[in-house]
Design a binder for this molecule. Structure first.
Ligand code: REX
Length: 402
């Protein structure tokens, strides 16, 4: 892969952009060319709404675009760059799904079987299947609703904690389920914590080893690690800055934490280059056999207009230019991530803003999908600036989070 760094520095402000121009004819699909200026516009808007910085990397055919704005570290005043590592949050769910689907292909796990057939300690409802967990249709309550009801106190409470899977599952099953198994989509971290417990119980092998042997080593993802419960991020990384519920208070540096509250649902560390390679490899069949991939990519709409949908550990977004992209989003304290690829894996994009608990920034950052895949600025509706107007499909309608 050829990467040319034009190293454009915006004179006006803290924004720095490093990008490679795509030569004519290099595009490998019929999509419009990515719009670097639209990406920069989104990054600027993310910063105007409170993100210290943002990064985007687009890999399109043989060309790569690396675009960054603002700061990776607000104390050292280090500029953001698109190679930095960060906590990817729920993008980890796609990694966990790959491990699970490989085990399914090996005949060791049946997606239609009750999860209880594989767990060391049974869930309260025998009807919950492995497929229900992978598609967020188990009805298991998301324990993070309580854990992070008060954002910064909730975070500080768990920041250095190490949980067993079972402790997290018990926090969930202390609540009534949100729905009967299979009856509805209700996004819940509990599902992917149960899957971690299930995979480790069936194989006797820790998730860290599965990720390494089944994904990171084969794809040579050298910037991707799963170091739970270590708290530091090694190498070149972006600091994460969590916003308090009292938005007049300063941002909290939330970089260092165990992420034990998420584990197989959200504790992977990576960078944009590796995430692009991961999703491109996934959709082109380099990680799971065709039958399993087809199941992962079979989508059910999860919002009213059908532009957002969920498969198995995989999201899809239908964009304004008609293209559907596949990947995942992530939120972990201090970091918002979008990582998506086209169905043919020929164009991939990862964006990260180094703040969280700021729905406006998360919504704005989603505009990099339009910029990267449609070459356009995001629709006005996705760039609204009040929190009330932001929407995430991840929070069940009956749940109130600060
Ligand atoms: C926990 C709250 C967010 C963070 C969460 N993260 O459930 C999972 C994830 C791992 O990535 N899910 C996202 C905190 C939604 C996804 O799939 O895209 N919020 C924050 C609060 C709110 O504490 N009171 O914003 O950092």
């Amino acid at each position: 892969m050829r990467i040319k760094n034009a190293g454009l520095v915006l004179a006006c402000c803290t924004a720095v952009a490093a990008l490679a121009a795509s030569p004519a004819g290099a595009a490998t699909s019929t999509l419009p060319s990515p719009s670097v200026s639209a990406v920069l516009d989104v990054q600027k808007q993310a910063m105007a709404n409170g993100a210290p910085g943002a990064l985007t990397r687009i890999d399109s055919g043989s060309s790569s675009y690396r675009i960054a704005s603002g700061q990776a570290d607000t104390v050292a005043r280090t500029a953001m760059d698109a190679d930095r590592r960060f906590r990817v949050g729920s993008v980890s769910k796609s990694f966990t799904t790959v491990v699970l689907m490989q085990l399914a292909a090996e005949g060791r796990i049946d997606l239609e079987a009750p999860a209880n057939a594989y767990l060391p300690q049974p869930l309260p409802d025998d009807r919950i299947t492995v497929r229900h967990l992978l598609s967020h249709r188990s009805g298991l309550w998301d324990y993070t609703n309580d854990m992070f009801y008060y954002t910064v106190p909730g975070f500080e409470e768990v920041r250095n904690k190490v949980f067993t899977y079972q402790e997290l599952i018990d926090l969930s099953t202390a609540h009534q389920p949100t729905n009967a198994p299979g009856a509805a989509y209700s996004y819940s971290n509990t599902n992917f914590v149960v899957l971690g417990a299930l995979i480790e119980n069936v194989t006797g092998v820790p998730m860290a080893t599965h990720y390494q042997q089944r994904i990171l080593t084969p794809l040579n993802l050298r910037n991707t690690t799963y170091v739970h419960p270590q708290t530091a991020i090694s190498g070149s990384y972006a600091h994460g800055y969590l916003r308090d519920d009292d938005t007049t208070l300063p941002l909290v540096d939330s970089t260092e934490q165990t992420v034990s509250w998420a584990q197989s649902a959200g504790a992977v560390i990576s960078n944009a280059s590796d995430l692009n390679r991961f999703f491109s490899a996934l959709v082109t069949g380099k990680l799971v056999p065709a039958a399993q991939l087809q199941q992962m990519m079979t989508m059910v709409p999860v919002n009213a207009d059908g532009t957002q949908s969920y498969g198995l550990g995989l999201r899809a977004r239908k964009l304004s230019c008609g293209v559907t992209v596949y990947g995942h989003t992530g939120t972990v304290q201090g970091f918002y991530t979008y990582a998506f690829t086209t169905a043919d894996g020929k164009r991939s994009m990862t964006s990260m803003a180094n703040t969280s608990n700021n729905g406006t920034v998360n919504t704005v950052l989603g505009g990099t999908l339009e910029a990267a895949f449609c070459g356009t600025t995001a629709k006005a509706t996705t760039l609204k600036t009040t929190e009330d107007e932001t929407f995430t499909e991840d929070i069940a309608p009956q749940i109130v989070r600060h």
